[in-house]
Write a protein that binds this ligand. Structure first.
Ligand SMILES: Cc1cc2nc3c(=O)[nH]c(=O)nc-3n(C[C@H](O)[C@H](O)[C@H](O)COP(=O)(O)OP(=O)(O)OC[C@H]3O[C@@H](n4cnc5c(N)ncnc54)[C@H](O)[C@@H]3O)c2cc1C
Length: 426
């Protein structure tokens, strides 16, 4: 276990325990997007925050894929003061080039396409975003890397937590910001199966050398029901490769069975051409190989006693299909804001958080199935038509484009359902 950060707390009015007058102690599991965002705002309001993250810090920085911040999530980044750093780290992918079976490519301008969806947007690697948020919080929150919660017991006066490595401790609140396979959810709310909704597909990915010399361009190859893609990682010699494929039934695979997952990819893509054989070989060799079902988390309530969930852990709209990063960042901001407003009445704060985020969570979830249809076309005709339609859309005047997208279920539209108030003092 590696520890980092300190626990000096500043802020206008410390949120203190009624009896002891000590700052309320909050444990956050997960240091990706939702975790450090919540940590930032809770520290600002005088909570004593500890963040536990399973991965080493170096791995957090480099792990993950390109993700998007839209509208209100851009505001949250701005209020934290990290927006310039996020903009600087943006992926700079300008073109998506769809490879056709005849070898020709159809190019779609990303900037123009996304401008139609949202006036305010940035694409950034998830690891870079996590690293920026960590830097913004490391001197106020205490971070414990390479560790995990092992057990959680709620007692009348607090929550007793044991860790895999660190000594047992007691907290006033526990926040699960630990993603789709959240341990906090499993320990407190029950097995994952009852909350996971399979959307009919899988995704896999890994880092690989940028052997195609791509710059500002993602290349996408499709066959009915499956795709492969490669995009460069800005200012590095690396790229990310990925596979997305449809499956009406779930594969009988555990999400930790890495060998079984790699074999499944070979079964599904083994006969394919283009760069697929090279991509498969890269996946086989990768030490950051990622494979998961495209699933959502659907819960009636993500608050129980002194424990709550935020971001993917509580209401994932599905990886790559529903704007989960923006939803996580906005959810974390609302959680911290409501807890701070409620002071020592944490139950009122948690209830208010859940109420405010409920509509956003439901709207973001409703996008997944539509996005899947565009992202992974089922037929040869769709494969030919979808890039043509997207290209056509980018050529429409911006106001017409925006009106068209207002009719569609998009992450930006889902995020429009929540109104954030700026922090009292920045
Ligand atoms: C391949 C892929 C592509 C995606 N593309 C997009 C996209 O284009 N746009 C978009 O907006 N979103 C995208 N997403 C979704 C996006 O990554 C998530 O919605 C977002 O990262 C959610 O943030 P989070 O902080 O809630 O959870 P996560 O980012 O999942 O972070 C959870 C953190 O908890 C840690 N953790 C897990 N278990 C434990 C444990 N037991 N103890 C301690 N720590 C633990 C993890 O290591 C991780 O750091 C994509 C996801 C995937 C997988």
């Amino acid at each position: 276990m590696a520890r980092a950060g300190g626990s000096q707390h500043h802020g206008p009015l410390p949120c203190v325990d009624k009896m002891s007058r000590q700052p309320l102690r909050v444990l956050i599991s997960g240091a990706s997007v939702a975790g450090p965002t919540a940590a930032y705002w809770l520290c600002r309001r005088g909570f004593a925050v500890t963040v536990v993250e399973r991965m080493p810090l170096a791995r957090v920085r480099t792990s993950g894929h390109a993700v998007d911040l839209f509208g209100p999530a851009m505001d949250v980044a701005d209020w934290i003061g990290v927006l310039p750093a996020v903009m600087d780290a943006r992926t700079r992918t300008e073109i998506v080039s769809f490879q056709r079976q005849d070898g020709r490519g159809i190019e779609v301008e990303m900037r123009r396409l996304v401008a139609g969806i949202s006036g305010r947007h940035v694409e950034v690697m998830r690891g870079e975003l996590a690293a920026i948020l960590y830097e913004a919080t490391r001197s106020d929150a205490q971070y414990m890397f390479e560790d995990s919660i092992q057990t959680i017991f709620e007692e009348p006066e607090g929550i007793a937590v044991t860790f895999e490595h660190a000594p047992a401790d007691r907290f006033d609140l526990v926040i699960g910001a630990d993603g789709l396979h959240s341990i906090v959810r499993r320990l407190v709310f029950g097995p994952e199966d009852q909350f996971r909704r399979f959307l009919g597909g899988y995704l896999a990915g890994a880092a690989l050398p940028n052997y195609l010399g791509l710059e500002g361009r993602m290349v996408v190859w499709n066959a009915p029901g499956r795709l492969a893609a490669i995009y460069p990682v800005h200012q590095t010699t690396m790229a990310r490769g990925g596979f997305l494929f449809r499956r009406s039934e779930e594969l009988a695979l555990d999400h930790r069975d890495v060998e079984g997952q790699k074999q499944a990819l070979h079964r599904i893509y083994g006969e394919d051409g283009w760069q697929v054989p090279r991509l498969l070989a890269e996946m086989d060799a990768a030490d950051d190989f990622y494979f998961d079902s495209i699933s959502q988390i659907v819960m009636d309530s993500w608050v129980k006693g002194r424990v709550t969930l935020v971001g993917d852990a509580g209401y994932s709209p599905g990886p790559a299909v529903g704007g989960g990063t923006s939803v996580a960042m906005v959810g974390a901001y609302v959680l911290a804001q409501e807890l701070a407003e409620a002071g020592s009445d944490y139950q009122a704060g948690l209830r208010a958080y859940e109420d405010r985020v409920r509509e956003l969570a439901a709207k973001a979830r409703s996008i997944g199935p539509t996005t899947m249809s565009t992202l992974i076309p089922r037929t040869g005709i769709q494969i030919r038509l979808i890039p043509e339609v997207l290209r056509l859309v980018t050529r429409l005047p911006p106001n017409l484009q925006q009106r068209l997208f207002q009719l569609q279920a998009t992450p930006a539209r889902a995020l429009g359902s929540i109104h954030l108030t700026a922090p009292a003092e920045k």
